[in-house]
Design a protein around this ligand. Structure first.
Ligand SMILES: *Cc1c(COP(=O)(O)O)cnc(C)c1O
Length: 359
């Protein structure tokens, strides 16, 4: 029986990449040493870093006017590096679309005044916030492009003259992102790119200003160089994952597959007598993270265990939302979703109480 991993992060990686990593782990390209015991300044490793950047630039169509930084500290460190580095007036605008936005707002408020330009908190973040008109007189506007926990995503972007900053941790390389619309994009690697430990920042070069900050915390210290020892294993695997994406047809093909997978699951949820999706607004449903429920905590948990026994693992919802959640990152095959939908149908037919639907 195959195992399908629906984890929200660290998430599923392509099996052929993991096979390759295993085969290379003791002796990288017949060098007699492992990639994880090489100097990060060695020719072999620097080649990996260069390839990672080239592949990312090709896959996302990143112009030369943007720098690509390979950092650590996760998306969470970007919650403070962004305001520290982009601070001019000390006023920052945020759209509040869920748990990760709230955390970004909390950290930013240590460095200036946060203006909440819109929030969907009142509907429990089941949709994307509305914003009013042009957002002006702030250093930047921050959005969380895909809300990993709540399962929503932006399909239109706010019009603004200030740099748009986006947390793309859970949808980078899963769908087309027009880099030129943004001043800065950041993502932890562990959702869709590789093992945890690598954080990718794309920043428009004119926004990189030398700051009186501790060296690691200044973007200017990381431009076109490795300031210190990066997470070498994560970088190595990420480069291989990007090679896999390119061989499979690039981001457009990933998006096509992710639409197919999410449509399949949403179709089943919308038609189910037992399960229902938490995001009913069809204009802002995430392609990668799909929260759902039976409306009853015990039934949700029974189904989670039922699915787990069928090799469908990590379907528990985030602890702040509860219920169930399926994350359908690039490496999740359509078969995994078919198996999940089949398990849902069998579970329904086994006569689990359907009276909870829509309570
Ligand atoms: C997972 C996630 C984070 C947190 O990432 P870390 O790398 O653990 O700091 C932040 N934002 C979004 C949208 C996420 O999905």
């Amino acid at each position: 029986m195959p195992t399908y991993n629906f984890s929200a992060g660290p998430g599923v990686l392509p099996a052929p990449v993991l096979e390759e990593v295993r085969s290379q782990l003791l002796s990288y390209k017949d060098s007699g040493v492992s990639i994880v015991e090489m100097s990060h300044r060695s020719q072999a490793f620097m080649e990996v870093v260069r390839e990672l950047e080239h592949r990312l630039r090709r896959l996302m169509d990143i112009p030369d006017t943007y720098a690509v930084l390979f950092l650590q500290g996760g998306a969470t460190l970007q919650f403070s590096m962004v305001p520290m580095n982009l601070r001019e007036s000390g006023r920052f605008a945020y759209l509040d679309s869920g748990t990760w936005s709230k955390k970004a707002i909390q950290d930013a408020s240590r460095f200036g005044d946060v203006v909440i330009a819109g929030s969907s908190a009142s509907s429990n973040y089941d949709t994307i916030p509305n914003w009013a008109g042009q957002i002006q007189d702030v250093d930047y506007l921050h959005i969380t492009l895909n809300n990993t926990i709540e399962g929503t995503r932006y399909t239109t972007l706010p019009e603004t003259d200030v740099p748009l900053v986006a947390d793309v941790s859970s949808n980078i390389l899963a769908e087309a992102i027009d880099v030129r619309r943004y001043g800065l994009l950041y993502a932890g690697a562990q959702k869709n790119i590789g093992p945890a430990g690598l954080t990718i920042v794309l920043i428009r070069r004119d926004l990189i200003i030398a700051r009186d900050l501790p060296s690691y915390l200044a973007y200017s210290e990381h431009v076109d160089t490795l300031l210190n020892t990066p997470s070498t294993f994560s970088i190595y695997v990420a480069e291989r994952v990007l090679a896999w994406i390119e061989a499979e047809g690039g981001v457009a093909e990933m998006e096509r597959r992710n639409r197919l997978k999410s449509d399949r699951l949403y179709g089943a949820l919308d038609a189910s007598p037992l399960f229902r999706p938490l995001v009913t607004d069809t204009t802002c449903r995430s392609l990668t993270n799909i929260p759902f429920t039976t409306g009853n905590k015990e039934t949700d948990e029974t189904f989670r265990l039922y699915a787990e026994a069928r090799g469908l693992i990590e379907l528990g919802g985030h602890r702040s939302v509860g219920g169930l959640r399926a994350s359908l990152y690039n490496a999740m095959p359509l078969e995994g979703v078919e198996w999940l939908v089949d398990a849902m149908h069998e579970f329904e037919q086994e006569g689990h109480d359907v009276s909870y639907k829509n309570v």
